[in-house]
Design a binder for this molecule. Structure first.
Ligand SMILES: Nc1ncnc2c1ncn2[C@@H]1O[C@H](COP(=O)(O)OP(=O)(O)O)[C@@H](O)[C@H]1O
Ligand SMILES: [Mg+2]
Length: 333
């Protein structure tokens, strides 16, 4: 019997998806791809394969998980398996350069960016950039290593300290800082290529904005992290103020149609697309997460918990529909 296979490298981020799949009584198996082996002469099992490999896997010691996942996805796709977020999604997940070029191709604005490999090239890029600017790794993750600089000199001093030498793919980006109208970003969640909801994330506590509960611990580093799986306790809003993660009911944006096109053109079915609205009201997209987490507190506050309109609910329902398609095809044979 075909089932759902979830390709990932972070067991902690699996719990909410597991629960949503279990509730819907969907048969699934997890493939933890931090390490492993495949025999290219074998045929993969039958099923719906959902890839949620993360760009931040190196921060959990899984440095080669994306590379291994790339091999596994190529093998699955060569056998014509139904893959959700396949090779192209992975390619974009681990490269902001590729994200920006693909976004621009459908007319979505991205902050002006230079990419540099090597300390000297990075210094040259920094000297060329207008202040203030952001330095961040091309292969990102949870906002780690994202830094804002007000002056060229302060960035050059950091480069001299060797702070930027451990970018996972050796590539650093020098990017225009988009001053937001409010200290927030908006993350637009898509499942099955369709907009599920948008969530407002308070960035006043720093750039580490992972929405997963496990990422929102009081001791998480302060910087530029925005992962939604976080409970939202750390950083950002004070008690009594607006929560760090807040779903915006009924929110739509003129860029949504282009985002949908972008996803379709790049064969991405599940993604969180992050944007900043500047003081002139213009929206800039600066990060795509094809492995996406959803904030449980924000979903509870919006009354979405346990429904097909929650992130994991929509995802599990979508995977279930895809599995049903496979069952129908098998029965017709
Ligand atoms: N160009 C920018 N202008 C303003 N803020 C930015 C910019 N780039 C990143 N940030 C802030 O840093 C956070 C993390 O950066 P991001 O590009 O999303 O990296 P990651 O892939 O690690 O999540 C963003 O959510 C945002 O708050
Ligand atoms: Mg981000």
């Amino acid at each position: 019997m075909p089932k759902i296979f979830v390709l990932h490298e972070n067991a902690e981020w699996m719990a909410p998806l597991r629960a949503a799949l279990d509730t819907r009584k969907l048969a699934f198996e997890e493939w933890h791809l931090a390490e492993g082996a495949i025999d290219l002469s074998d045929a993969p099992p039958e099923g719906v394969f959902y890839n949620r490999m993360s760009a931040s896997s190196h921060t959990r010691g899984h440095r080669f998980a994306p590379e291994f996942t790339g091999s596994v996805l190529a093998w699955l796709q060569a056998h014509g398996r139904r893959v959700v977020n396949g090779g192209r999604a992975l390619e974009l997940e681990v490269s902001k350069v590729k994200q920006y070029l693909a976004l621009n191709a459908v007319g979505i604005p991205t902050p002006p960016t230079q990419a540099a490999v090597g300390a000297d090239a990075l210094r040259d890029a920094v000297r060329k950039a207008e202040t203030p600017f952001i330095l961040k790794p091309n292969r990102g993750g949870k906002g780690l290593g994202v830094q804002l600089f007000q002056t060229t000199g302060s960035a050059l001093a950091e480069i001299d300290k060797g702070v930027f030498e451990d970018a996972p793919d050796g590539t650093m980006l020098v990017q225009r800082y988009i001053a937001p109208a409010e200290p927030v970003i908006i993350r637009n969640e898509f499942v099955g290529g369709e907009h599920v909801y948008s969530v407002r994330v308070d960035t006043s506590g720093g750039f580490l904005l992972c929405p997963a509960d496990v990422c929102n611990l009081p001791d998480s580093p302060q910087g530029f992290q925005v992962c939604p799986a976080d409970g939202g306790a750390a950083g950002g809003a004070d008690a009594g103020a607006r929560p760090k993660f807040e779903i915006l009911p009924g929110f739509t944006h003129p860029l949504h149609a282009r985002m949908t096109r972008f996803l379709e053109r790049n064969s991405i079915e599940v993604a969180g697309i992050e944007m900043i609205v500047d003081t002139a009201g213009k929206a800039w997209v600066y990060d795509i997460n094809t492995n996406t987490n959803y904030n449980p507190d924000a979903e509870a506050a919006a009354g979405l918990t346990g429904t097909d309109r929650s992130g994991m609910g929509a995802l599990a329902a979508f995977l279930g529909r895809e599995l049903e398609q496979l069952h129908k095809l098998a029965a017709a044979d």
